[in-house]
Design a protein around this ligand. Sequence first.
Ligand code: DGJ
Length: 689
Amino acid sequence: MITIKDNLFLLQTARMSYAFVVGRNRKLIHLYWGERLADIRDLSHLATQMDCANPANSLFYLEYRGQEPYDFMEPALLPLYADGARGVRLVYQSHVVENDSLRVVLKDEHYPLEVTLVYELFGDLDIISRKAVIRNCGETDIRLDSVKSATLNLPPIAGNYRVTHYSGEWGAEFGVNQCELTQMQLVLENHRGTCAAHQHVPFVAIDAESATTETSGDVYFAALKWSGNFKISIEKGYSGNVSITAGINDFDTEWTLRPGESFETPALCCGFSSSGFERMTEILYDWQFDWLAPRPKAHTIRPIIYNSWYPYLFNINEQNLTALVGKAADVGAELFVIDDGWMPKRVNDKAGLGDWVADKSRFPNGLRPISDACHANGLLFGLWVEPEMANPDSDLYRAHPEWFLADPKRPNFLKRSQLTLDFSQDIVRDWAIDWLDKLITDLQLDYLKWDMNRYLSEYGTDRSMPICYIHNLYNVWKSLNERHPNVLFENCASGGGRADFGMVEFADRINRSDNAHPADVMILHEGFSRLFVPKTAGGAGNIAKDPDVPLPFRIHLGMTGSMSIGIDLLKAPQETLDELRNATAYFKTVRADLQDSYVYRIASARQHPYCVWQYVRRDRKSFGLFGFAHGMREWDHAQLPRFKMRGLLPDAIYTVEDGSSYTGRELMAIGLQLPFKRQDYASFFKFFK
Ligand code: DGJ
């Protein structure tokens, strides 16, 4: 709900309010972000105080920060005008409300630059989207050296805020990192072109004085919907004022606005939870399920995948894949994915990337017979591609060297023997749309796995490239989604290298990590599922091939996300095949509930040699309980507490498959003794309905 009275603007969601005011000096001053207020009257004192008490002080709280005299905090916008002057000093002009969206127009006091702040609500959900549209209203070019989506201000508190961010590396994505925000500027950023969870997910959560827990305390959080270079700057001044300025990274980037042109930033979406990090996760899930994820698939279950990568790597051909199709169907898989290695000369990572036809020597009849075999066996058919890349040893590179990112005089740096296509060129975008569209149609693909296995290094000479690259990347994904609304798309970038909220709108599955080792997945999945809906949590094989870890443990882990089998079914013993078949059959009976659930982290493997995850269906009528333990000692067993469940209906009766029943109240107040076996890699799953 958006309420405007006189000069006050109040945005209300179910449990959050956000407010700002047009000051007497016509500056837009932030007033409030936090627990829901009853109505605009609750703001009257704050508005008077912020507007009049000390005009210099109110500059700390600008709703979109330019460069006011003596305001030295991180600006959201840094323009350069034709006369050499820099900076922006914005005043309010007008506003317009349309349904759940508000646009506030600001103008520079001296230069012909207009900034429209756009606020959008998602119904009652406790998230507001903010972005800025910058327009050149003059007759000469204006260069934008920095153009961020928004400034967010937090209320000053007596102690320090704590910052939580999700960072990592290839194979170690989604680490949960926390630090205290003292008087400083803390910058989370990447300038590798794209990389998200291999460095930082463009997301930050802030709570007061480290006091917030999973279930209590205030959390302010912000997600940037951008898959390219980003910068989130969190700044605390001496007087306790804290602000976040976030958007596209200004690293080696600029954007020129010709007269009459506009630039729209990506959205920075800010949310609030007054009941800890778990509620933050619930809000993020609702946002993905009900608003962001591609329709019509947002609420459908994810098929069980068989993927060729871990067992076969590049060693694939018509014979072994055809044999695998039958085996995959037999163990209950529902989607068969041919991973890397199907193109000409692609027997290792040195060649073939970029030439998107099947290798004649290994697939004399192309891939269509495998697609047909899948469909005949009742399986969906999926294929791996890496459209942004090519090896120098490819026909594509030989034909179009000018399509690749390069510096004029420096040699190109090869990573994994590959070069990056310059997606900022519209001709490359159109080429990608054409061949991908044709591939999907010709091969009757039900699933496309889009991979991306290197960062960008030679940026070339056009400093708008990092922005145009991502705009065109989104254009390709958008167009494929529009043309093929029922095809499932996987967002993979060497694992979680593009796991960000910008991509959530286009992809049904996110490759969580290339690291499928079960002991590591106990940690990785916790970080992933704090932000992203678990049914999207993919990987080439999350029922991994590690023979040292008992199969039930790997199967239970597979059940926590989008299940995929990465075991060599042609060599697996009969008992493994039988176990897999039973497991997939059982999983199918509980999957719809598990994949429409919130995840509560009852115990974390970051603190214990075990973890307990409760998957509570969003209507709270059923839940699944997972436990995983690795490296438990006798004394750990002796000290296991009763684990209290969360988020249930107190008066509801929940019945387990063995027939025992519990009230929700009992499960939450008293809890459960959990059946961890006295062995390494012990796991269990119980379903309560
Ligand atoms: C990296 C991906 O994360 C893997 O799943 C696999 O597709 C390989 N690339 C193939 O090269």
